[in-house]
Design a protein around this ligand. Sequence first.
Ligand code: GLU
Length: 284
Amino acid sequence: MRARRFNSLLGGVAVLALALTACGTADVGGEGDGGSGSGDGNGGDTITIGVKYDQPGLGLSEGGTPAGFDVDVATYIAGELGYSPDQIEWTEAASANRESFLQQGTVDMILATYSITDERRQVVDFGGPYYVAKQDILTQADNSDINGPEDLSGKVLCSASGSRSAHNITEEMEVDAELREAGNYSECLELLSNGTVDAVTTDNTILAGFAAQNPDSFRMVNNPFGEEKYGVGLPAGSTERCEEINEAITKMWDDGSATEYLEEAFGATDFAYEESVPELEACA
Ligand code: GLU
């Protein structure tokens, strides 16, 4: 059904191309339209996808194309939507700009450790979840007195602005920690390294990637709590695309690709990632 729809869209583009050529403008969907801003992206030359650039194992760019689990999932989904890897334009998304990027059409979709929440659903749509993470805490390697959220009382805690990780601890769990917000998690890691903060909290996937990168400096407490359902962020009103994405996610788990991507991202670490197939949510 998806392939049929894509073909009919291609047909539409061909008709449009002919019409514009007749008017003397043959440059249809040329480089630079990027698919961004269109909201649907179908049939465009490219699709613009927001991912993290600073999270090892998930979305990490060291100057070139980003790599990691979110990037692999995004590439698989884009493929199912009819976009080859060279038709993907990657854009760095931070926790704080995910909603605005979707609302303003800066990107067509976001896969950036982006938890589905009711609050976010007020302004954007979500496909998925494609993975369910948990929250955890990272400390300096030689710290032994922080072993769970309750130990954070009176401590200085870092998380990224725009994330819900700190809120989960200070508001939901009512732990009296002093919050220090950073632009992203790698900034939190710097603050942890130099002792400005006592701990960093966010998803265990993110913390596991940092801990594995630098095991002599950091320790993940490994006392997971909560549930972070990673969704594919879409502009509001993307029900049809959300359904296509959910089909792609089902296929990605069925054909073993999701497990392969997790193994690639975390297989060499001691992080016990989740391998059960996530339960998809209905598209709005
Ligand atoms: N998954 C959580 C969230 O979306 C924390 C990770 C992040 O900030 O990307 O708020």
